[in-house]
Design a protein around this ligand. Structure first.
Ligand SMILES: [Zn+2]
Length: 257
């Protein structure tokens, strides 16, 4: 079984990251995307890429937590532009909106999100998008920024929305990525959406170090644990795990290489 973990964060610890990548490979995770979002996460993603350049894809960006601080959206987007020019990236990310934890910065989040979507369009790079409790605002920003390419627009990562919201994102040419949340007892709504996503738009991810899937809940998540999410999701969708791994791998490489 070959699995593509489309969303993993790392920290700036060389040995720990190298060990996690080794365990991932041993578990069949032959490709992963190291995802940034803050100065620390961006440098950790670059470190992961340097440790396994062949099997690692890179996404760099400024996430919603950077919005509303001392740096303006313009300044943050300029920093991301510099990073993207200096490093070969497969995507811009993660970017997006979270009104659950920080509703007070909603306006600044939208501004930062829009600026980086423009950058993604300019560079013809897919975007890796976080969206939580911000369905309408996310669709609003997506519709206000052009995407002038035939290729899919990006990934909605760690999807926890409704099938109706998934439909609107699929209509806007996104892949939808399912995390270990789908294995959580209380996540019936995520299972409903995970069943709704068509085969050719489905991805899997850990979002490590967060959200370890059952039966690893409570531990620090890492890419190797994605095996449990793949097995769970395959059983849910009534397909062999090998099939689910293969189709999500093919989807991810078509977008990210
Ligand atoms: Zn993330």
């Amino acid at each position: 079984m070959q699995i593509f973990d489309t969303h993993a964060h790392f920290d700036n610890d060389r040995e720990k990251t190298a060990a996690a990548i080794d365990r991932a490979r041993a578990a069949g995770v032959t490709r992963l995307m190291a995802v940034g979002g803050s100065p620390e996460l961006n440098s950790a993603a670059l470190l992961a890429k340097s440790l396994a350049p062949e099997s690692t894809r890179l996404a760099l960006g400024a996430d919603r937590d950077q919005a509303g601080g001392p740096s303006s959206a313009n300044e943050l987007a300029a920093e991301v532009r510099t990073l993207l020019a200096a490093n070969k990236c497969a995507a811009v990310g993660e970017i997006g909106l979270d009104f659950h934890y920080a509703p007070e910065t909603a306006k600044a989040q939208c501004e930062l999100f829009a600026q980086q979507l423009s950058l993604a369009d300019e560079l013809a790079l897919p975007a890796v998008i976080h969206t939580r409790d911000a369905d309408d605002a996310t669709l609003g920003v997506l519709d206000e920024v052009p995407w002038r390419h035939d290729s899919p627009r990006g990934i909605i990562h760690c999807f926890t929305g409704s099938p109706q919201f998934a439909r609107r994102l699929l209509d806007r040419d996104f892949f939808v990525s399912i995390s270990g949340i789908v294995t959580f007892r209380a996540a019936g709504n995520v299972r409903e959406s995970a069943l709704y996503i068509p085969d050719d738009r489905l991805l899997v991810e850990t979002d490590s170090p967060f959200l370890a899937p059952v039966p690893m809940r409570g531990r620090e998540n890492e890419p190797a644990f994605i095996v449990h999410t793949v097995e769970f999701l395959a059983a849910l969708r009534k397909t062999p795990a090998e099939n689910l791994a293969a189709l999500t791998f093919a989807n991810a490489t078509s977008l990210l290489g």
